[in-house]
Design a protein around this ligand. Structure first.
Ligand code: SF4
Length: 90
């Protein structure tokens, strides 16, 4: 969740040639880092499949609100119109 653009479905088109972030050139793109790390995890194939799951965009309307209340009220499970999410996939 440290992507400056809060992207949740893979890298943007601005990844630099050296693999660093377009917005914060001093850091490696989080998506490249995540992909590279899958090879060190147990069951790398499972993680690579998980990596390819489609996730809804971050709901910025929840910024500054209580994550506990959002969890209890299931507000954090609401997705924007046009998105469908399978159970356990968000
Ligand atoms: S280069 Fe990677 S970390 Fe940077 S904004 Fe794009 S997707 Fe996010």
């Amino acid at each position: 969740m440290t992507c400056p653009k809060t992207l949740r479905n893979g890298p943007c088109g601005g990844v630099r040639e050296n693999g660093n972030c377009e917005v914060k050139p001093e850091m490696q793109c989080v998506w490249l880092k995540a992909y590279d790390r899958t090879i060190f995890l147990p069951l790398p194939k499972v993680w690579k499949d998980h990596y390819n799951d489609l996730r809804p965009p971050v709901d910025m309307q929840l910024q500054g609100t209580s994550s506990w209340i959002n969890l209890i009220t299931k507000r954090d499970q609401q997705t924007p119109a046009g998105w469908s999410v399978q159970d356990g996939n968000h």
